[in-house]
Ligand binder design. Structure first.
Ligand code: PGA
Length: 253
């Protein structure tokens, strides 16, 4: 049985007061049993959010990291630094990183190796563009991203990662994939992992759905057998909607 995992990706949003208030509200809420909860604030507010969530079950994560431990990489944050301040997670290969910052499967792969070595739980994002879906290429695109990003991992390492399937056309657009569309990709992904690694590892990997997840659509998505949580952008910026999605995850267990 996979523990559902709801993670909030705050992206480049909120100010310090807002980040502190939001992390405090989530940490102090009565969270349902059996759902893992994480928040990924902007890097400069990680310390504040870690302080607010200290002692609560809420984990904190970075939105990206560099694969080198330190050095002349202006503007970057290393996995060691995330671990040093107490982060539990790191998002890797988000479509916005791929689209605007030149992230590739090869760079995600390097980061993923380091994240696992450092004990961070990586959330590896994959997903197709609208034109790729319309051209019937979804399965192929997502498969290539997974194979490239996970290259060289052992079955034991694969079992530890989280994959977020986020159709790019559904991110921040209000256009959510139907539960059937999402489940189809999630089931394909799990079979791919089973064929490349083994049944034990593939059955342990949590595959989150992401893309316009809201309280109103979360339950039907999370009820799908291969959807093990959600990576939530817009709706994670308010405690009320984020907590409602966490409740929905519990309701489908
Ligand atoms: P959204 O973002 O929920 O605002 O669509 C999801 C994401 O980009 O992770």
């Amino acid at each position: 049985m996979r523990t559902p995992f709801i993670a909030g990706n705050w992206k480049m949003n909120l100010d310090r007061t807002g980040a502190v208030a939001l992390s405090k509200a989530i940490a102090q809420a009565t969270l349902p049993e059996g759902v893992e909860v994480g928040i990924c604030p902007p890097t400069v507010y990680l310390g504040d959010c870690l302080a607010e969530t200290d002692g609560s079950p809420v984990g904190v994560g970075g939105q990206d990291m560099h694969f080198e431990p330190n050095g002349a990489f202006t503007g970057e944050t290393s996995g060691d630094m995330l671990v040093d301040i107490g982060c539990r997670y790191v998002i890797l290969g988000h479509s916005e990183r791929r689209q605007f910052f030149g992230e590739t499967d090869a760079s995600v792969n390097k980061k993923l190796m380091v994240a696992l070595e450092k004990g961070l739980i990586p959330i590896v994002c994959v997903g197709e563009l609208l034109e790729q879906r319309e051209a019937g290429q979804t399965q192929q695109v997502v498969q290539e991203q997974v194979e490239g990003s996970l290259a060289g991992l052992t079955p034991e390492q694969v079992a530890q990662i989280v994959i977020a399937y986020e159709p790019v056309w559904a991110i921040g657009t209000g256009k959510v994939a139907t539960p059937e569309q999402a489940e189809e990709v999630h089931a394909d992904l799990r079979s791919l992992l089973e064929s490349r690694y083994n049944t034990e590892s593939s059955s342990k990997v949590r595959i989150q759905y992401g893309g316009s997840v809201k309280p109103g659509n979360a339950e039907e998505l999370l009820a799908q057998p291969n959807i093990d949580g959600a990576l939530v952008g817009g709706a994670s910026l308010q405690a009320e909607s984020f907590l409602a999605i966490i409740e929905a995850a519990q309701a489908t267990r």
